[in-house]
Design a protein around this ligand. Sequence first.
Ligand SMILES: NC(=O)c1ccc[n+]([C@@H]2O[C@H](COP(=O)([O-])OP(=O)(O)OC[C@H]3O[C@@H](n4cnc5c(N)ncnc54)[C@H](OP(=O)(O)O)[C@@H]3O)[C@@H](O)[C@H]2O)c1
Length: 472
Amino acid sequence: MPDDVAASSPVLQPSVIVIFGITGDLAQRKLLPALYYLMKANLLHEKTLIVGITRRDVTAEELFSKIDLDGDPNTDSDPEVVGRIKGALRMYKMSMTEGTDYDKLLQYLNHLEEEQGMCLNRLYYLSIPPQVLGPIVRNLGEHGLNATCQHAAASSRLLVEKPFGYDLTSAKQLIEETGRYFGEDQIFRIDHYLAKETTQNILTFRTHNPIFDKIWDSQHISQVEITASEQIGIEGRAVFYEQTGALRDVVQNHLLQLLAVVAMEPPAAMDSDATHAVKQTLLEQIMPIQPNEIGERAKRAQYEGYKTEVGKDDSFVETYASLNLSIDNPRWKNVPFIVRTGKSLAEKRTDIRVIFGDAKADHNELNLRIQPNEGIDVVLNAKKPGFDETLQTVVMDFRYEDNFKNNGHPDAYERVLVDAAKGDHTLFATSDEVLASWRIVESVVKAWEVNGDGLITYKPGTLLTDLEATTI
Ligand SMILES: NC(=O)c1ccc[n+]([C@@H]2O[C@H](COP(=O)([O-])OP(=O)(O)OC[C@H]3O[C@@H](n4cnc5c(N)ncnc54)[C@H](OP(=O)(O)O)[C@@H]3O)[C@@H](O)[C@H]2O)c1
């Protein structure tokens, strides 16, 4: 986080951040670097502690020897900050499924609070595979870890990573189980796309620029495309991906959340309740794809080599998914919203393309680039200099890098930790949003589980446009 962003942010309340799965991929690549930057920016209270939970004998030294804390292979992490983060970290070995270990964990947290001489907010970050989420939440609840320090009004919060269920039924079960032990106000369901600065700017851009605010509707916009394409494949995560696929992994959560931010009504106030209210309304207005529409409105593909990678010759799990969605409200009448994601494609990009006017005739485009090259461009038509009247498209390009040179922005996981520590739910998914999103994709999820009808194959490195010329 850049210094001037940090300077304007208050120090967070003293907390104990309990990371289940500290040795894992997410903790090492994202959470510990985020904590490093928060510590560097002096945003963490000096009494804040990190408890790293593992089932193995791993020391803090061993853990840090494998991590690039500043996330930049070309620079060395600041040794003073590394010293502070090591000083705050307590590695804690336990079984994640054994009840008695949670009694001991509670005693340990109480002991840490006595050592610090104060109550600490408890943040349980569940950075573990989805199959252990249920047992951990149940044990936290049954062993009193959902309550807070006995001496004061500190809070106890649960941060959970996607997937939030596997389909509508399992999502309902998960929400019900979690709700038995933690109130909705204690649960923070992370969607790191929402925590990206560029996503947060979408609503501001839409509503604070009258030239766009006035034309943000079906009379002016003919199509919206929301794309998350990756160059990497499944990177060895065969078991996970075989159970998930592109639709569940990216479309059901990240892309539907982005769609909601693009299409929802402006909230009455810029606070969590008002924002979630309009987002929920919008998600409920997206028309679920009916079973008889699947062939037409849902497309899937798999990259060549995927079957060998997962060791399953007959796998029909999709590595590319695209849905053509409609919103049942006057603002978006007859405007197709295309949401699509794919792995092993030519480009890495997440963006939102809004087409004004008829895409086949003179039209304009607004391109909201979430990553990389964060920014926004507007595609206009101009007269090509010369004696004739030839038109040429030109691009007006706003780049964060150029316009906010000294301002930078916090990484999504820094934002997640800061907002959860403050108790601000705005950028987290509510249980109702999770269920509404599953309802939208449910029929496709179920149909695609049964057989590989309509699944096509593409070569790694294919351009999205080439792939879609074959599928759509
Ligand atoms: N990785 C990402 O980029 C990413 C992105 C978005 C969301 N997520 C979500 O974040 C969560 C963590 O992902 P991850 O990739 O970090 O997971 P991971 O590396 O597979 O596992 C994290 C840690 O959990 C512990 N663990 C593994 N299997 C376990 C089991 N059966 N019982 C108890 N503990 C177990 C292990 O720690 P010990 O062996 O030390 O106990 C492991 O290091 C998942 O829900 C994932 O869906 C990950």
